[in-house]
Design a protein around this ligand. Structure first.
Ligand code: MN
Length: 243
């Protein structure tokens, strides 16, 4: 008992000392994000739901700061250029050359980022599992089976120099292909659809994996929500897959 009391006292004193040393800074409230037509949906699972494969801190910072920054930038662009919010995202991204030059690169980066991350949060979830049904058959037919596909996808993701994404694209006939893109570029810019994609920007994995991108790419399969992927596959064939 004595030692517990003493420990508490020491801890309390240390706490007081630290508090006394802290500069008295008034912490400003974070500015409210600009209002506008672009919105980021909350994650469909808790931030810690993907542990131990993706850490909770990454799953807070990545959507709330990185993805949110893209959304905020889009809402700023939309103040003077409301047309970027008046068409479906795939249509805007497929016709970037029609945008005023002043916002073309900004929309490419930020709307690409918004689309990529919207897809990314959606296709992950706790539980893992394996593809089944039509998706599994398409992987066998077009990508050489699950093992070869996962190896090739990991290798392609590893070869992205700097920041970018590795995707599986899907066409209206349901045909799959692995494709990589730099920065926040998206298959939507080529008029294609992404069935899945993995973010290989360092912000997606650095807290837990540091330079070990290959380990992150391998572990990521444990958090792919194949039920959601199956829904996206059906939507792609029906022509209703948005982002
Ligand atoms: Mn990201």
């Amino acid at each position: 008992m004595q030692s517990v009391t003493r420990r508490h006292l020491v801890a309390a004193t240390a706490g007081l000392a630290v508090t006394a040393l802290m500069p008295r800074i008034v912490v400003a409230q974070a500015p409210a994000p600009p209002a506008g037509p672009f919105k980021r949906d909350p994650l469909p699972y808790a931030a810690n739901a993907l542990e131990p494969h993706i850490d909770a801190k990454t799953m807070e910072i990545h959507p709330e700061r990185h993805h949110q920054a893209y959304v905020n930038n889009l809402n700023n662009f939309a103040k003077d250029h409301p047309q970027i919010a008046q068409k479906p995202i795939p249509e805007v991204l497929a016709k970037l050359s029609e945008l005023p030059e002043a916002i073309r690169t900004g929309v490419r980066n930020n709307l690409g980022g918004h689309a990529n991350h919207t897809m990314f949060w959606q296709i992950m979830g706790p539980g893992g599992g394996k593809p089944s049904g039509e998706v599994a058959a398409a992987i066998d037919r077009d990508l050489g089976g699950l093992d070869k596909f996962q190896n090739d996808f990991g290798a392609a993701g590893g070869r992205v120099f700097g920041s970018g994404w590795v995707f599986v694209t899907v066409d209206r006939a349901g045909k799959l292909a692995i494709e990589t893109k730099p920065n926040q570029d998206s298959p939507l810019m080529d008029g294609k659809r992404a069935l899945i994609g993995n973010d290989v920007w360092e912000h997606a994995y650095y807290l837990q994996y540091q330079n070990r991108r290959a380990d992150y790419l391998k572990a990521w399969w444990n958090v792919v929500n194949w039920n959601k992927v199956a829904e996206r596959y059906a939507a792609a064939k029906a022509g209703t897959l948005a982002v």
